[in-house]
Design a protein around this ligand. Structure first.
Ligand code: SF4
Length: 170
């Protein structure tokens, strides 16, 4: 049975930078929870950040891949360079996903760690741009299918297909 790495803030834990959660409620998630498929994780807390913490954005690009390649940085609104902690959180998320044999990840859109399609533009102006967070990028690079909370239906379809394949393989 395929497991799913799940952003802790989507699960309802108040671990976001401002001390809030971003809980999503769905019967499908309740079912996966009962089936013990959800591996709840926060890359930023795992990397040693506390809650609340200053907001952070990727600069000068919006690409987690450039952070991993050391050609972009993650800066807090205070100017503090937290790039290495974001990279650490991504690797810890990957380690957790691999330990639990997660094939999928359901992550929070817009986060510099977890964003799948969008992250904030680096100016702390509340404007988001197309781009991927550091953890989402690293997971995807290692073959884990990443979905945002807006793609829950798509994730349900992929999990169902994967379950079906597992049953068909003798
Ligand atoms: S790092 Fe991911 S799981 Fe943690 S608070 Fe940010 S979006 Fe949520």
């Amino acid at each position: 049975m395929q497991k799913i790495l799940f952003s802790a803030c989507l699960c309802g834990f108040p671990v976001r930078y401002n001390g809030s959660a971003k809980q999503i409620v769905s019967e499908q998630l309740d079912l996966w929870r009962q089936q013990n498929r959800l591996v709840t994780f926060c890359p930023e807390l795992a990397a040693g950040f506390s809650t609340p913490r200053p907001p952070a954005e990727i600069q000068p690009s919006f690409m987690g891949q450039q952070v991993i390649a050391h050609s972009a940085t993650v800066l807090e609104s205070t100017g503090n360079d937290v790039t290495q902690r974001y990279i650490l959180g991504a690797w810890l998320a990957l380690q957790m996903a691999q330990q639990h044999h997660c094939r999928f990840a359901l992550l929070t859109e817009g986060s510099p760690s977890c964003g799948k399609h969008r992250v904030y533009d680096g100016n702390f102006s509340h404007q988001s741009r197309a781009g991927m967070g550091v953890t989402a990028e690293l997971l995807a690079r290692h073959g884990i299918e990443v979905f945002s909370e807006h793609e829950l239906l798509l994730l349900c379809q992929r999990v169902a297909e994967s379950d079906k394949q597992a049953i068909e393989i003798p």
